[in-house]
Structures are given as C-alpha cells and as structure tokens.
Design a protein around this ligand. Structure first.
Ligand code: T3D
Length: 263
C-alpha cells in the first residue's frame, strides 16, 4: 500500500511510523487509519522487527479524530461514531497492545482526543517537555475513547482521570510524568537522541522476554494474585527454553555483553 498520510520505515530491527499530516496536527482520517493498519500488519508479520516507534511530524503528535473528515453540522443526519470506533480506533488500540514487541510512543507535541489515548496504548511513552495531553472529548460532547476510560483511571487514579476527562484541560508533559501517565518527559533538545538510544537498546533486547513482560503486566489488571502467579510460572517456563535466556546467562557468567536474537 502507498502511504501518503504516514511515513513508515524499517531498518536495523526498528520500525518507525510517523503520523504525517502536520498542518492538521496529524489528526486521524479514514485514510490515515487504513495506512496505519497496513503498517502495523507489516510490523506484526516481520520477525526482524524488534521495536516499534510511533511519533508525529511537525509540532504536534496527534489531535485525535480529524473533525473535518466528515460532514458534521447542526441539522445534518447524525453520523454513526460507533462504526468509526469499530472500524478504526478499536483495532488500532488492540493492534498496539497485542504486538509481541515493545511499542515506544515519542510524543513530540500536543496529543489530544484519541491522539492522547493512542499514545497511552503504547508501552513506553516519552514526551518532549513542551508537549501536552488534552482529553478534548468533553468539549464536543463525547467521552474519552481509544481506551481512554480504561487507561486513565489505571494510570493516574480515579480523581485525576475524572478531572482530566470532565474538564479537558491541557496537562503538561512534566505533570503527566509526575502523575505517572507517561514514562518520562525530556528536554526538547535531548528528545531525538533519547528516543534513538531507547530504540537502539530495545532493538538489541531479548524481544520474546519483553513481549512476555508486556503480556503479563497487561493481564495483571484483570487477574487475581493466584492467576498472575500462574501466568508468571507459565511465561517463565516458556522463556526458560529460549535461546535468549541461555545467551543472557552465558553472557553474564562470561562477563561479556549478550548477543540476543529475539528468539
Ligand atoms: O469521530 C469519531 O470518529 C469518533 C472518535 C473520536 C476521537 C476523537 O479524537 S474526538 C476529539 C477530536 N479532537 C479534538 O477535539 C481536538 C481538537 N483540537 C484542539 O483542541 C486543538 O487543536 C489542540 C489542543 C489539539 C491544539 O491547539 P493549538 O492551539 O496548538 O493548535 P490549533 O491552532 O488549534 O490547530 C492547528 C491547526 O490544526 C488548526 O488549523 P488551521 O486553523 O491552522 O487551519 C486546527 O483547526 C487544526 N486541527 C487541530 N485539531 C484538529 C484540527 N483539524 C481537524 N481536526 C482536529 N482534531
């Protein structure tokens, strides 16, 4: 598929997806969703990819749904937003969560509406200090979607989730980090180098182990302690048979850097 509204590159085990409609703060159109689905399918099918980066072009990360992508005006026939969720946002969130590799979101600027919550669906969210997060939905009579009502209370607790969702205020990247909404925020001039170093680290890591960590932590939200202990045992049993585990132990004992293959 030809990509016009995203950029998609794979090299050295790193897949990079850049939302690329900077004049509209990379807000989502139907076409952008189609292109993104295609890119995520390619990532899922390519065993050489060890880490995925999602970021935005220009001064914003993503302003959520492009509010001009379809006709919505007083007096118009109502649109079925449930279909938009089913066809676009739900599959996107699940694809990011289910990829068996780490997904890094580099929030290069404002992340609003579904753009904010797509970022939260990723595994490691790093933002520039000048970035911000806006649960803009309440301003247009909607609820946080793209997993917002799931991620927000789990990440920041119910009081802060409620405040963010009901008021739609801008949350600075610094505050987002302090509240535990994201992994970290970094100075703008250190942002690119920080992201590159993170991607290089993850591309050399034992990918199967990281995928199992991701699955286990996600599962814990719905599990009892007993269920989680069972899950940990099963994952450890599987990983104990992996080449990367054997390599990690051998490298430790030989006091040399490991050469993980992701297997
Ligand atoms: O609809 C469905 O399918 C259901 C799913 C819904 C999911 C959702 O995401 S609903 C929420 C949609 N998003 C929003 O409501 C956010 C709207 N945008 C904003 O509130 C602000 O733009 C921001 C807070 C994100 C950034 O503000 P600021 O001052 O930095 O930038 P700006 O000047 O407002 O925006 C720059 C341009 O991008 C501007 O165009 P212009 O005037 O230069 O021609 C603006 O209209 C455009 N833009 C920003 N966000 C959107 C957008 N155009 C279309 N859709 C947008 N969401």
């Amino acid at each position: 598929m030809n990509h016009e509204q995203i950029r998609f590159e794979c090299a050295d085990g790193i897949a990079r997806v850049t939302l690329n409609r900077p004049a509209r703060l990379n807000s989502f159109t139907t076409q952008m969703h189609e292109e993104l689905r295609d890119a995520l399918r390619q990532v899922a099918d390519d065993a050489s990819v060890r880490v995925l980066l999602l970021t935005g072009a220009g001064r914003g990360f993503c302003a959520g749904q492009d509010l001009a992508d379809r006709a919505v005006a007083p007096g118009d026939t109502p649109v079925d937003l449930g279909a938009s969720i089913d066809n676009n946002y739900r599959p996107l969130v699940l694809a990011l969560r289910n990829l068996p590799l780490p997904v890094v979101c580099a929030v290069n600027g404002v992340a609003a509406g579904a753009g904010a919550n797509i970022a939260l669906a990723c595994d490691l969210v790093v933002a520039t200090r000048s970035a911000s997060f806006v649960q803009a939905f309440c301003r247009i009579g909607l609820i946080p979607d793209a997993g917002g009502t799931f991620f927000l209370p789990r990440l920041v607790g119910s009081a802060r989730a409620m405040g963010l969702a009901l008021l739609g205020d801008r949350l600075s990247a610094e505050q987002a980090e302090a509240w535990g909404l994201i992994w970290k925020c970094v100075d703008d001039d250190a942002f690119a180098a920080t992201i590159d170093a993170l991607l290089a680290q993850l591309a050399q890591a034992p990918t199967g182990g990281l995928a199992a960590i991701k699955r286990a932590l996600h599962a814990s939200a719905a599990n009892t302690l007993e269920q989680q202990l069972t899950l940990e045992r099963d994952a450890q049993r599987m990983l104990g048979r992996s080449a990367d585990y054997r390599e990690g132990v051998a490298a430790f004992l030989a006091k040399r850097p490991p050469g993980f293959t992701g297997r």
